[in-house]
Design a protein around this ligand. Sequence first.
Ligand code: ATP
Ligand code: MG
Length: 228
Amino acid sequence: MKNMIQVEEVHKYYDIGSVKVHALRGLDFTVKKGEKVAVMGPSGCGKTTLLNCLSSLDDISEGKVSIAGRNIMEMSDDEKTEMRALEMGFVFQFYNLLPVLTAVENVELPLLLAGRAKNARTRAEKALKIVGLGNRMDHRPSALSGGERQRVTIARAIVNEPNIIWADEPTGDLDTVTSQKIMDILDILNEKIGHTMVLVTHEREIAERAERIVHMESGVIKREEFME
Ligand SMILES: Nc1ncnc2c1ncn2[C@@H]1O[C@H](COP(=O)(O)OP(=O)(O)OP(=O)(O)O)[C@@H](O)[C@H]1O
Ligand SMILES: [Mg+2]
């Protein structure tokens, strides 16, 4: 099977004044097309940094990251922006919904930004129906519950039918039942669309739903655990 994500000897340094943080310290791993991988590890070990670097939101300091066979270090900013818009979906907590837009407008936004205005509204509505929010299309985020907002974020992440979904603690603020529902939605989509998924979570139960758990510690992968 083809490698969707290939990471070789990746280092990431942050420079803040006199303090240099070595956030990723020589990471190696691969994720196959359609595979679902969970990343776990203590706070500050570099999970979010890893997601930001692999998804090209942030630049790596050393090493190589290939997405679908392309070396992202050799891509221009415009190419990376286009890759993110057309091929990737993000379920990040800080990727907030825009408060002035309704649910359906938030979901159709990536399509408009990617220059895919044709049928954008219909596709956004379809994505919201998939996550069970067909009856909340015209609600603004402030008129939605936390779990509903997170489902809008998922709808927005899948509306482009991306090859890769990056999820950073997608169920972080939610109760157990709602978390399970959100994960069910992501799993069903994974089976249906066959996208590759990299999911950061602190919850063992959530991580066990992946095919593999990557355990990070202080910027390196300590071990990989394969699920049955
Ligand atoms: N923009 C930044 N500038 C400087 N240092 C940063 C920056 N972002 C993260 N760091 C540092 O890099 C390290 C890794 O941070 P990161 O956010 O990747 O951790 P994390 O594993 O996602 O933690 P958490 O579970 O708390 O979200 C931390 O020591 C953090 O302080
Ligand atoms: Mg984090």
